[in-house]
Design a protein around this ligand. Structure first.
Ligand code: ADP
Ligand code: ADP
Length: 227
């Protein structure tokens, strides 16, 4: 469904010194997969997620979605922001909710962008808030919610357009152990419903929820073995 072919990415600093972050990465993500990507801080996990999420372009290599090769030189165009909005849902460590919008309005953002009318938006918001167990909070503002509730809202927003893939960049990084478990249960239940998931984490206990654990090290992805 999503395929990375020989993806390489490096950054060049102001002294013209090049740091290679990703080195010819190949990865096939199938529908219904739950993949965790582990690795130490600074190893390139976010860079890789941003490339999978069509937010950043590699220096070489390419990405295919449903067999269609993405034109990475045009990622910043309107066409690609539309593709992103429908195909990929993101969740983050710091939730990235919009503070002056209530829960309902936050979840509506990607739906409005996808062109749903008001009636369909309301229906879909109700549906996803039910899925994440937060219907009674639709009028609340982010500041009135706990960390776990904020992440539930962010998950509702991320899945509102029924994306092909839900991508999480350390989504439990700011949560205590109990809330982490609660969010992982939710992510697991979405995966059982067929949502494809890719999570980046440095926490093996979080990574273990996946069917496949990969480790990024020296620019390369390898299967992680639990010994
Ligand atoms: P991780 O998510 O594993 O912590 P990142 O993908 O954020 O790692 O970063 C990988 C490396 O790339 C780091 O050394 C970081 O400093 C560098 N890096 C990330 N983004 C940029 C950028 N926009 N410009 C220059 N260097 C960057
Ligand atoms: P920008 O104006 O910076 O491009 P966006 O309209 O892309 O902002 O996104 C606004 C907020 O909504 C961001 O925090 C972004 O993460 C979130 N967002 C947008 N589209 C989606 C989506 N499909 N799934 C989850 N979150 C999304």
């Amino acid at each position: 469904m999503i395929e990375l072919h020989n993806i390489s990415k490096s950054y060049t600093n102001k002294n013209n010194i090049e740091t290679k972050v990703l080195s010819e990465i190949n990865l096939k993500i199938n529908k219904g997969d739950f993949i965790s990507i582990m690795g130490t801080s600074g190893v390139g996990k976010s860079t890789l997620l941003n490339i999978i999420g069509l937010l950043d372009s590699p220096n070489s290599g390419y990405i295919c979605i449903d067999g269609e090769k993405m034109d990475i030189s045009r990622l910043s165009t309107d066409k690609y922001s539309k593709i992103r909005n429908r195909y990929i849902g993101f969740i983050f460590q710091d939730f990235k909710l919009i503070r002056d919008m209530n829960v309902l309005q936050n979840v509506e953002v990607p739906l409005a962008y996808a062109g749903y009318n008001k009636k369909l938006r309301k229906e879909r918001v109700k549906e996803v808030l039910q899925q994440v167990g937060l219907v009674e909070k639709e009028d609340a503002y982010p500041d009135q919610l706990s960390g776990g509730q904020k992440q539930r809202v962010a998950i509702a927003r991320a899945i509102a357009n029924k994306p092909k893939i839900l991508i999480g960049d350390e989504p439990t990084g700011n949560l205590d152990a109990e809330t982490t478990e609660e969010i992982l249960r939710l992510i697991n239940s979405l995966n059982k419903l067929g949502v494809t998931i890719v999570l980046v984490t440095h926490d093996l206990n979080v990574a273990k929820n996946a069917n496949r654990i990969l480790e990024l090290h020296s620019g390369r992805l390898a299967e992680y073995s639990i010994d």
